[in-house]
Design a protein. Structure first.
Lengths: 162, 162
């Protein structure tokens, strides 16, 4: 995997960093793209929203595998263990993050966005334009345990308790 | 990166494999999850849709970097070069695929789904539940060059011409 950029936000501690971009939509961040990829963003400014795919884990080669069942942050107040692949948490077999953000400006290799759920310095490994036709489910949608949770904006791991 | 599973589909040649799950919604595939992750899918069957994050490139350590500007498959008929990070094409700095699929059944480590845009044998590196609250943009959406294209279902790289 190549690091293609670094994400700058105002959050320095993981436990105090908001969970999910959609729950923290007005906070601003910047992707500092590696200069070698300057030409790769041609046309990106015509999109309103982007997917940021991030690497949330340590950069060591072979970190220990995470627990396969975990209590998601959003269920800390009424714990239920779930398989990690049925959660959006960061401690996964491959710690890839998927964040939908609103693009505000492309300035050379600086990609400005709104909707922050990553700590300052997070590694970016891919960036894709949001495409309604591809990224919206057709038909009825069921969201499992998320359908049982009320979402407050600006929640962080710390605010949800131990 | 860990390979967490392998995707089985009826498509054996890349050029004849449909582009985008949403354009090939009724075709069926199966994720064969590595047995070590059996417990990681607890609760997944309560979701209707999933994100499959795939590794679309060669598995060699250091493949040559792709061209930074490319003509997307969907624009082959009226070519326009775009930055690869403004496309959803597979030849990216990190060849990660993002496919939204409809979950039809979880049977142990076999995850059955509808909506196929991957060749048989594709490597799965992450799987996340689709969560409407996180994965739908708020406000107006602009999809750049995709807004200028008519999508036919079942298109493949081969059907779109050289």
């Amino acid at each position: 995997m190549r690091l293609i950029g670094t994400i700058r936000t105002r959050h320095t501690a993981f436990e105090d960093t908001p969970i999910q971009s959609a729950l923290n939509p007005d906070d601003r961040g910047i992707v500092e793209l590696d200069p070698r990829y300057r030409d790769a963003v041609d046309g990106l400014d015509e999109f309103s929203h982007l997917w940021l795919i991030t690497w949330l884990g340590p950069l060591e080669d072979d970190p220990p595998p995470p627990s396969l069942r975990q209590v998601p942050f959003l269920l800390r107040r009424r714990p239920r263990q779930l398989g990690i692949l049925a959660t959006r948490g960061p401690r996964r077999p491959n710690p890839l993050g998927l964040s939908l953000v609103r693009l505000t400006r492309v300035d050379g290799t600086e990609i400005h966005f709104a909707g922050v759920d990553m700590v300052d310095g997070t590694a970016l490994v891919d960036l894709k334009p949001y495409v309604s036709r591809f990224d919206q489910p057709a038909g009825a949608v069921r969201c499992g345990w998320f359908d049982t949770v009320t979402f407050d904006e600006h929640v962080t791991p710390a605010s949800l308790g131990p």
